[in-house]
Design a protein around this ligand. Structure first.
Ligand code: SF4
Length: 338
């Protein structure tokens, strides 16, 4: 039996029809869950006793739990315990333009990026849709805030859990769901080309971010295992195709690792391969963690890198740091929360 929050509106309508309920009940249920934030079927007072019983017989409505919270100045890191006792992390960042959440999409990750803490914990399973939706709901409730934007950039590779991530997006984006605008939702991939291709055909206004982190295959293969399967040229071809189909700008994520990928020559090479593409580069200060061989690039280095890219007419920004706690890049969170 699935959780009620595993269903998009369309899928809930189909399911209700299948169990001899009226299709319009789906909107009523969405309204209770995502607008009124009432999760107990017994409290959904426009539903008959029979309908409530049918819901109880056909859907679970259990919740993941906040196990730990770490508060920084503008950043809140949450450790969630799932029903099967596994753990995931979620980060909430307060910006002057709104609240942004970075959610996890898998328990662990198999992509094995060498600088990433989460990559050291092998993937145990994909997250169910409800486990992603509840990261948003529970943090909104805990901090008594409204979340304005979502990045799917926590633990896991979203395109390795493609269908559930798409359903999650449909629920949070729905006018009957959490009403978070598609343009305020970003999916970040380490570069699964089949996922990028599929995503190009979704007809969603959702943003795509690509974690590139290196300007050539030799270097990228040493820090990102995925590069052995999908080379940079092919990856950028997929990105070009995506831009052509969607007319949307793509974010290129580039984590700055001291003496590894942060030299002038790397910036020049990056500028060369990105030339003419509708992308902007996001330079991410590395989040140093104990026992990790990688170090953070100096501020001067990052600024110099930025400068070289700008001189070559590449749109680029440096991701803001949060009072010593970094606006964590994909999967860099776990080591710090525990
Ligand atoms: S950086 Fe992202 S894709 Fe790479 S191992 Fe970490 S969680 Fe997985």
């Amino acid at each position: 039996m699935k959780n009620i929050m595993d269903y998009t509106l369309d899928k809930l309508e189909d399911k209700l029809i299948n169990i001899n309920e009226k299709k319009f009940r789906a909107r009523q249920i969405f309204n209770w869950l995502y607008i009124n934030k009432i999760y107990d079927f017994d409290k959904m007072n426009n539903l008959s006793k029979e309908t409530i019983k049918t819901l109880k017989d056909n859907f679970k409505n259990d919740f993941i739990k906040i196990e730990k919270k770490q508060e920084g100045k503008d950043t809140f890191k949450y450790l969630f315990k799932l029903i099967d006792d596994s753990h995931i992390e979620t980060v909430l960042m307060k910006h002057n333009y709104g609240n942004s959440i970075c959610i996890s999409s898998q328990v662990g990750c198999n992509m094995g990026c060498s600088f990433c803490e989460s990559g050291k914990l092998k993937k145990l399973r994909n997250l169910e849709v409800y486990e992603m939706v509840q990261q948003v709901l529970l943090i909104e409730e805990d901090l008594d805030i409204r979340i304005n934007s979502i990045v799917i950039m926590g633990i896991g590779e979203p395109f390795d859990n493609y269908d559930n991530v798409m359903d999650f997006i449909k629920i949070v984006n729905s006018d009957h769901g959490l009403k978070i605008g598609a343009r305020h939702i970003t999916v970040s991939t380490c570069g699964l080309i089949p996922g990028i291709k599929k995503f190009s055909d979704e007809n969603l206004q959702v943003n795509l971010a690509l974690s590139l982190h290196a300007p050539n295959d030799t270097l990228r293969s040493t820090i990102m295992k995925i590069n052995n399967a999908y080379k940079i040229n092919d990856l950028l071809d997929a990105v070009k195709e995506y831009i052509k189909k969607t007319n949307r700008r793509v974010t290129i994520e580039y984590v700055m690792l001291r003496d590894i990928n942060d030299k002038d020559e790397h910036a020049l090479e990056l500028a060369k391969i990105l030339k003419g593409l509708n992308v902007y580069v996001n330079l991410i200060p590395f989040n140093e963690v104990e026992n990790n061989i990688y170090k953070k690039s100096s501020k001067e280095r990052v600024l110099r890198f930025l400068d070289v890219l700008k001189k070559h007419k590449i749109n680029v920004t440096i991701r803001r740091e949060f009072g010593g706690e970094v606006d964590a890049a994909c999967g860099q969170l776990r080591g710090r929360v525990k």
